[in-house]
Design a protein around this ligand. Sequence first.
Ligand code: GLA
Length: 641
Amino acid sequence: MAIVYGGDYNPEQWPRETWAEDVRLMREAGVNRVSVGIFSWAKLEPEEGRFDFGWFDEVLDMLHEGGIGVCLATPTASPPPWFAATYPEALPVDESGRRLTHGSRQGFDPSSDVYLAKALAITERVARRYHDHPAVRLWHVHNEYGCHNARSYSAAATAKFRLWLRERYGDLESLNEAWGTAFWSQAYSSWDQIHVPLPTPSIPNPAHVLDFKRFSSRRLLELYRAEVALLRSIDPSKPMTTNVMTGSHPDIDLWEFAEEVDVVSADHYLERPFEHVNLGFAADFARSLGGGKPWILMEHSTSAVNWQGRNRAKAPRELLRNSLSHFARGADAIMFFQWRASRRGAEKWHSGMVPHVGTDSKIWREVCELGARLGELEELEGSTVTADAAILWDYQNLWAQEHEAKPTDDLNVQQVLNTCYSALWRAGVTTDVAHSEGDLSGYRLVVVPALYLTSNRAAENLKDFVRGGGTVLVTPYSGIADENDAVYLGGYPGAFRDMVGVRTEEFYPLIDRTIELTSGGTGSIWSEAAEARGAEVRDTYLDGTPAWTVNRYGEGTAHYLTTFVDGDTLDRVVAAALSDAQVEPVADAPAGVEVVRRSHDDGRSWLFCINHLDRDAQVKTATAAIEVPAGEVVVHAESEN
Ligand code: GLA
């Protein structure tokens, strides 16, 4: 079977004459799959209850005749103008209480029953009409849930939030206890007194806000479930997915979504400053969400996006490097947003596979080259990636840290994650992304970046991992509060104190300064009045306070940092942790050359060598020296093949 290759196809943006040319060009580029219907609701149902499927029949037939398979979308991410006009109460409400209007997309309140009814009505029509169309391979449910409307502060949301809370806590006494409402006289005596967190005179209750974020993510999951249940009742056989953002877009808990998709599909766009390193994280995360199974890169860009303020066009060969890095990290489908760059509308400055300038272009030539290369890599389909190291990432921890009242605004958990992941990337180690409560038994090293919110289960999970012989590297501001955002007592990091062998009395955020370390390195953002209680001290502040400690715990080892160390120091700490864990880089490669292995169970394996440098490089393994020209990707079949 061919590797899936293609992108979002939005023929409704173009006159009919273009469609035949589209299919011809798709074939020329080696495209074998497109996603259609994502934003077609207004054209499929131009007035409430009046449907027009003729043009869509034509599109699907034409694609099928051209040998192009289809990811068929439910068009529910962008309700038409009639929806907003007829049901204004179904529009989303922002956090200041203002109701938004129609005019862009995702113009619906996730808690609106009328939205759900209308979304299911169009979904049912589409499913009944096309479930047995020969072009359709997979259901692409909705599009990026919660990309713009993840949290709605409507009356409907308040009503559903109350129900959700009743289910979660059972009675008000438990809710009051969990939320710590004894503080500031907030104890609730009736469910009706609870609202979604709207503007309030001072700092809102953190546990209330955290639960609202949990609720909002679950609400979107309920919408996904409802569409899937309907689709399955009509078409039980085809796989279903919804495309998620694994690189950014932090408002939905992807661990919960991942449990409900048949195959993980992810979208990724380069963002400064981490660009291709963040791409590695996003791809590793997509693979990890599916438990290591091949995944679909549903969208990425051929060149510039339009939404970053200053939108960088990709350099020559960057498209190929990016796509093949996703492929190296386990994607079995490489797709773009979108087929043709739009002439009109909000995304007219977003690149596509067919750029404004046409086919005499860098983009088109690279699109065709990529299609040809994926064609040659057919035998890799279904192969997987193995990682000995994992880094933890958890949305609920992120949401808790978004709260405004904390030791310092300078500590950003996403930055800590990026910094730690970058160090592993530089070390040439392939990394999975894991949940703190997930199965860690397959790993030898687990990195714990600012896991402020550590549930009791997560704490036990990590301690079991280390007791059993694993190595952890824990950064500051981890193990601080439980799942209800209540601080662990007796000295920080409360949940991990015995594991790391350190007790901290107070935090001393570094305000506009860094601190020097005995090793010659520096720390920034954060420092602690830490005392080693059993741990070996590897580096200190100049006053002797531990900066980096290592503790033997059970059969394993726990590294702990009490400040955010500079890049070189972090590289040394990571190298020490990797060595304790006996984790090796995939190959011997110069800095800036990415190497990832994909393999089949039968022993066939391939090394992807991606040279991000502007000079030629050599990658060495035990059996080969692989020359990788500047900016190029070499896929090296290893000797057992
Ligand atoms: C998201 C959406 C697409 C498009 C791209 C632009 O991924 O799913 O419809 O808006 O962003 O980068």
